[in-house]
Design a protein around this ligand. Structure first.
Ligand SMILES: N=c1c2ncn([C@@H]3O[C@H](COP(=O)(O)OP(=O)(O)OP(=O)(O)O)[C@@H](O)[C@H]3O)c2ncn1[C@@H]1O[C@H](COP(=O)(O)O)[C@@H](O)[C@H]1O
Length: 120
């Protein structure tokens, strides 16, 4: 299933202006041409729309819109990764690294390290 993420990442990379992306013909190239702030603004918008869709889904009992909004959020996250020369594969590697490590355990370890660093 991560094939689609890899394929999309390749298309997004090809839309960079340095790779010949044309802002008049491509949504992704247009976003790249606007730079960091425009890309990050879209992430904020799509995250908010995802949250609102989830709230509506809980109220209306129809979760289908959550899928669409989440796809928008993931898509724009791929653009943000590309903007920083990162790949979806690297995010998947980070998730794999965390596999089996309880979030509560990780948080406790992090707090311990912070306390040691602060000399508490
Ligand atoms: N998966 C997507 C995809 N998902 C969402 N979108 C676009 O992302 C935008 C989402 O923004 P909004 O929902 O806020 O709608 P909007 O009001 O049009 O947005 P803005 O005016 O704020 O930019 C819409 O224009 C959608 O069409 C996408 N655009 C492109 N792709 C993929 O990216 C590929 C390359 O696209 P181009 O660069 O346009 O060729 C395509 O072949 C697709 O595979």
């Amino acid at each position: 299933m991560s094939d689609i993420l890899d394929r999309l990442a390749l298309i997004i990379e090809s839309r960079k202006l340095a790779n010949g992306g044309d802002p008049d013909k491509s949504y992704v190239a247009r976003l790249f041409s606007k730079g960091d702030d425009a890309i990050l603004k879209k992430i904020g918008e799509e995250a908010t729309e995802t949250v609102m869709a989830a709230k509506d889904a809980r109220r209306d009992g129809d979760a289908s819109k959550v899928l669409y909004e989440c796809a928008d959020l993931w898509f724009h996250s791929l653009i943000m990764l590309a903007q920083f020369d990162l790949s979806p594969g690297q995010v998947l590697e980070e998730l794999a690294r965390r596999e089996g490590l309880s979030g509560l355990e990780e948080k406790a370890n992090r707090k311990l390290v912070e306390r040691e660093r602060n000399g508490d």
